[in-house]
Design a protein around this ligand. Structure first.
Ligand code: CMP
Ligand code: ZN
Length: 776
């Protein structure tokens, strides 16, 4: 399990009077909990006074407060266990998606449940579903978004067919906790209904479905269609409530809201650092070198939060909603003012650069004018799936003369689809030797985290991870220095990675140079060219921080254990499941899990469609009703309990921390982790790969070892097995030209783009960054 860092408790230093206070400051905890129904809530404070246990403390309190313990006759020890498991399932190393975010969202949900319009209609089951969904809605979040998981061929992306990958994982993990804590078994007949509601509520938090929910909500309000006495309508309102709670941090008082903003941006920027390390195109919104927190915030507040909260306010029209809107507008104005300051500052600096260097003109005005636009236009990018052509990939710098200008001015993250805004009025002149991105970076963000960390936050993030991050994130600068020394393509990014992605290699000379770097062969001109297939391997999670990496390893180990269990099960079976490949071809059609309670998760039931019951383990899945996902089994079955994982990995983590200290940046040998399955092994495994599709039918693929494959294996290899029926393979099996894509480009980009293109284009076409204006 990933490392959990607890804050040092004040009482530990009180050696003289050890009995004066206890470790969780009961008085203070009580004080915070007494006001937990109020909007100006500070989850960080609760976390501090509970010694980092805000999540279970809040949830157990709310379960008592709502009378859920009595109503469902729940055992308090099991309930504690449930929330302790949930807490442990969040990654404390994520700046944003950690258990404090879960606490924050749960408290917001609690506030919404208190609203008269909602409260009077709710059943105890709906209250319990809402609270559990709120607290588990980001469970086991890896700190990177769906496009990143797709781009790195993460097993979760394959498992969930690139659709609501994280949300599917969250809700299934939630069900796992319910089972593992044995709370599920106390629920009796309502368990199925509870699970259904949790699933549907969490799936609604997929931010890429915002427009879908918003339109529906608007229509219901316009036509006055909502009737809260109807279960269906109540459920819809609870979905909207959870969506609002999830993005309610902009509506908190400024001090709290600002803190969340910094944390979420830090997480984005870390993803950008990972992308850079992996030689993937850096998502604009995640590029600490080219965008800024105020720009991200101003765009997010205006384009994502305001539209939803305006409708929410229209629905509620209460003191609470008025207060939230007031905070939102106030906070938004602050961020917008900061953006204006930044723009003014940029203009000033550029003018003074121009005066100093008026003879060294380089770069085009068009490109310069793009820089403001792309930052903002891309800010939806992280939240929405990317379109294949919306972004320029990290093209290797070519050696020929014609490319030199492009090379100087090129930025990784320029979205191709963003139309050039009208040129700014200022004169655009800049130094040839100083590429735009770096120039700006040095001015605004030196490398490393931009957080203005308060003591408490620093404790949370951990000094070692911060210093590691800054060390690693500065690497690309070094590499570009090297690039200017050598005329040929720099192998800098690959130097940082344990093994490079062949995707970035375009010529044999480059391959040769790369090979020499990998095998220590001098300057690269004499080393033999390594056949590209031996270089084909892509890292999934960059080991920037050992903690993050180890957490990921634990997940993959979990998956590995799981697939072994399944494979084992399959091998016992006489394959009544062979027929399931037929089922799966039908099931391969995108199977949206509906958010409607009536049809939702029931689609996920283990079907009776010929899926065999190979052994006890698989039977357990069916017996459990709907626990069909492979990972659900991982969470629920055995060994990999949240607690035991934590115990096991704590030692590993300590070791990792030591390693981190002694290495300036991670070393190639560290790459030899479980997730990096050598693709050369793929195909040699004789194991049967089993997994479940979304309809719950078990599918077994031909032997090709994909179950053992980690996200790191190149997607392209999947087509080796013609029989394989996993979702990714389906996409890949199309025209041959689709295989020409770079390893880093999501396979399923076309499907993704369908979802987002309209919003992205809309965003790009209507956003006027220079005026911070969004015109419709
Ligand atoms: N203040 C913020 N600024 C930018 N993005 C945000 C902010 N708050 C939430 N988000 C994004 O909105 C998403 C909502 O779902 P998640 O919590 O999974 O992840 C969240 C972030 O990606
Ligand atoms: Zn969330």
């Amino acid at each position: 399990m990933h490392k959990r860092r607890r804050k040092r408790l004040t009482t530990r230093s009180l050696t003289q009077e050890p009995a004066l206070l206890d470790d969780i400051h009961h008085g203070q905890v009580q004080c915070v909990l007494d006001r937990v129904w109020q909007w100006p809530f500070n989850a960080f404070t609760l976390d501090t006074v509970t010694g980092g246990r805000s999540l279970p403390v809040l949830c157990v309190h709310l379960f008592h407060w709502y009378g859920l313990m009595d109503h469902f006759n729940l055992d308090v020890v099991r309930v504690w266990k449930l929330f302790t498991l949930v807490e442990a399932g969040y990654h404390s190393t994520n700046p944003y998606h950690n258990s404090v975010h879960a606490t924050d969202v749960t408290q917001a949900m609690h506030c919404f449940l208190q609203e008269e319009k909602i409260k009077v209609h709710l059943t105890p089951l709906e209250i319990m579903s809402s609270l559990i969904a709120a607290v588990t809605h980001d469970l086991d979040h890896p700190g990177v978004n769906q496009p990143f998981l797709i781009a790195t061929s993460n097993h979760l992306a394959a498992l969930y067919e690139n659709t609501s990958v994280l949300e599917n994982h969250h809700w299934r993990s939630a069900i796992g906790c319910l089972l593992e804590s044995n709370v599920a078994e106390q629920l009796g007949a309502c368990r199925f209904e509870l699970e259904q509601q949790i699933s549907s509520l969490i799936l609604a938090t997929d931010i890429t479905r915002q427009q879908e929910f918003l339109s529906r909500f608007k229509r219901y309000l316009d036509q006055n269609l909502l009737d809260m006495s109807r279960a269906e309508d109540r459920h819809f309102i609870l979905q909207i409530a959870l969506k609002c709670a999830d993005i309610s941090n902009p509506c908190r008082p400024w001090d709290v809201s600002r803190k969340w903003s910094h944390k979420v941006c830090e997480e984005f920027f870390r993803q950008g650092d990972y992308e850079r390390q992996l030689n993937l195109p850096v998502t604009s919104l995640c590029d600490r070198q080219t965008t800024s927190i105020p720009k991200i915030q101003a765009g997010f507040f205006r384009l994502v939060v305001s539209p939803l909260f305006e409708e929410w306010h229209r629905f509620l029209k209460t003191d609470l909603s008025t207060l939230m809107m007031r905070h939102l507008k106030g906070n938004q104005s602050r961020w917008e003012a900061m953006v204006q300051l930044e723009l003014a500052e940029e203009t000033r600096t550029e003018i003074s650069d121009a005066e100093l260097l008026d003879e060294e003109v380089c770069g085009s005005s068009e490109e310069e004018a793009m820089t403001g636009a792309e930052d903002i236009a891309a800010s939806a990018e992280l939240l929405l799936p990317e379109s294949p052509c919306s972004r320029r990939p990290s093209l290797p710098c070519r050696n020929d003369e014609t490319d030199s200008m492009v090379r100087v001015g090129r930025r990784h993250s320029v979205p191709l689809s963003v139309p050039s805004p009208p040129p700014f009025t200022r004169t655009i002149i800049r130094r040839e030797s100083l590429p735009m991105g770096e120039h700006r970076t040095q001015r605004r963000y030196p490398s490393g985290p931009i957080l203005h960390l308060e003591e408490e936050e620093e404790l949370q993030l951990g000094q070692s991870s911060l210093s590691l991050l800054s060390a690693c994130s500065s690497e690309p600068h070094h590499s570009s220095d090297r690039a200017s020394e050598n005329d040929s393509r720099p192998v800098s990014a690959e130097n940082l990675l344990p093994e490079p992605s062949i995707a970035s290699i375009t010529t044999s000379m480059e391959a040769s140079r790369l090979s020499s770097v990998l095998h220590g062969g001098g300057n690269g001109t004499t080393a033999p060219v390594v056949p590209s297939r031996f270089l084909t391997r892509q890292q999934t999670f960059p080991p920037l921080q050992p903690y993050v990496r180890i957490r990921y390893m634990s997940t993959t180990a979990e998956m590995s254990a799981c697939s072994e269990v399944l494979a084992e099960g399959a091998s016992h079976s006489n394959s009544s499941c062979s027929s399931t490949s037929n089922h799966t071809s039908a099931a391969n059609l995108p199977c949206q899990v509906s958010e409607q309670p009536s049809e939702g998760p029931s689609n996920l039931s283990c079907s009776k469609n010929g899926c065999g019951t190979p052994n006890g383990k698989l039977r357990t899945l069916r017996d459990n009703g709907r626990m069909c996902a492979v990972e659900s089994q991982c969470v629920n079955e055995k060994p990999v309990t949240m607690r035991s994982k934590r115990e096991q990995t704590d030692t590993v983590l300590e070791k990792a921390a030591k390693m981190a200290k002694i290495s300036d940046s991670w070393a190639p040998q560290q790459s030899d982790h479980k997730e990096n399955v050598d693709p050369r092994r793929i195909g040699s495994d004789a194991d049967l790969d089993t997994s479940f599709n979304k309809t719950g039918s078990l599918r077994r693929s031909a032997p090709q070892g994909l179950a053992r494959r980690r996200g790191s294996a190149p997607v392209g290899l999947l087509n080796r097995s013609d029989d394989y029926v996993a979702p990714v393979a389906l996409t890949l099996r199309g025209g041959g030209d689709r295989f020409l894509r770079r390893g880093s480009v999501p396979t399923d980009v076309t499907r993704q783009s369908r979802k987002c293109s309209s919003f992205s284009n809309f965003f790009a076409e209507n956003w006027h960054p220079e005026r911070l204006e969004f015109r419709v």
